[in-house]
Design a protein around this ligand. Structure first.
Ligand code: SAM
Ligand code: SF4
Length: 331
């Protein structure tokens, strides 16, 4: 007997899950983490077997796309095992990963062989010193080597994610676009979101709207909207003389909640129904209390659906309403 689908109170079917496999990271990006982060004790984090079980049950309820994220998913030991197990699930159409790229030189090939469909790589600057400033610990050359390794491993449509901050890297917008054009990559520009209390900068001061980012690109490379929707929050554009696509994820300037088909699972097994709200349900208790019975986990998932709000609300000038950091949220 097949299970019913996960449909929320606004008729949106949940088909896409972002699964955070760790809250840890080898970088400390200024917009994502504070410098002295305290990470969760290991026993509070879902084991790889528990993460697989969450994925298996969600796929049995109609989820067709899983994105592995974190923290930095590639610092999790034996991540390739999890990729291989999830990739073999019947009904899962796409298994993707978002990474900072630091471990890709080593892992791109095994991940491809394990069945990973696609990769997104975060890259905010092409200048070595600035890259280190923005990530606090990262090395640009390692990430560039990681991008190359991913291409050599055969990954197609690799997409870069760039968070643009006014006064920090907004002078590199065109450099980043030129980089993707030269290297047959796509890019998505992301507006900074007020997740977690950070001290490095005032978010309202570094905010730059994606309309401004798009305008500055459009002057050099006229952008034409891509007609087909990706189903996600990004709006994509193409340039007449390149195959690379430029996308914009604009949680502030364009609310994308109406068609939201996704939920998130944090590394400690909390189901988050919306990036911009605190509503969540604990999946770890049914996982650990009922190791051989999936029904309590399924019941918890269905009982949580009414918690999915119609839309999110971010205000950069208020204290953050969301105390979770992005690495906890599974960005
Ligand atoms: N560590 C991986 C990485 O950096 O790609 C995966 C996790 S990271 C939290 C996922 C994405 O969220 C990255 O592209 C990062 O730039 C973005 N991100 C982190 N904090 C953010 C914030 N406050 N606002 C907007 N995007 C953010
Ligand atoms: Fe780590 Fe990704 Fe957050 Fe940067 S954005 S600190 S790489 S989790």
């Amino acid at each position: 007997m097949s299970n019913p689908a996960l449909i929320d109170g606004f008729g949106r079917q949940i088909t896409y899950v972002r699964l955070s496999v760790t809250d840890r990271c080898d970088f400390r990006c200024v917009y994502c983490m504070s410098e002295d982060m305290v990470f969760l004790p290991r026993q509070q984090i879902l084991s790889l077997e528990e993460l697989y079980r969450v994925g298996r049950v969600l796929v049995s309820l109609g989820v067709s796309k899983i994105r592995l994220t974190g923290g930095e998913p590639l610092v999790r030991q034996n991540i390739v095992w999890l990729v291989e197990k999830l990739a073999s699930l019947q009904g899962l159409k796409e298994l993707t990963l978002t990474t900072n790229g630091s471990q890709l030189a080593r892992l791109a090939k095994p991940l491809k062989e394990a069945g990973l469909s696609r990769i997104n790589i975060s890259l905010d600057s092409l200048q070595e010193d600035r890259f280190r400033d923005m990530t606090r610990t990262g090395k640009l050359s390692e990430v560039l080597a990681g991008i190359e390794a991913a291409q050599q491993a055969g990954f197609q449509h690799i997409k870069l994610n760039s968070v643009i901050l006014k006064g920090k890297n907004d002078d590199e917008i065109l450099d980043l676009v030129n980089f993707i054009r030269q290297n047959q990559l796509d890019i998505a520009f992301i507006e900074e979101m007020p997740l977690g209390v950070i001290t490095e900068h005032q978010r309202a001061e570094t905010y730059i709207s994606n309309d401004q980012v798009r305008h500055s690109i459009d002057q050099f490379y006229p952008l034409t909207a891509v007609s087909e929707s990706t189903g996600g929050p990004a709006r994509y554009y193409h340039m007449s003389d390149s195959n690379s696509r430029v996308g914009f994820i604009s949680p502030h300037s364009h609310n994308f909640c109406g068609s939201c088909n996704r939920v998130r699972v944090t590394a400690e097994g909390r189901l988050l129904l919306c990036l911009g709200n605190e509503h969540s349900a604990d999946l770890k208790a049914p996982l650990r209390n009922f190791p051989n019975d999936d029904q309590p986990l399924i019941d918890t998932l269905f009982n949580a659906l009414p918690l999915k709000p119609e839309k999110h609300h971010f205000d950069l000038n208020d204290e953050p309403q969301i105390v979770r950091f992005m690495n906890m949220t599974g960005g």
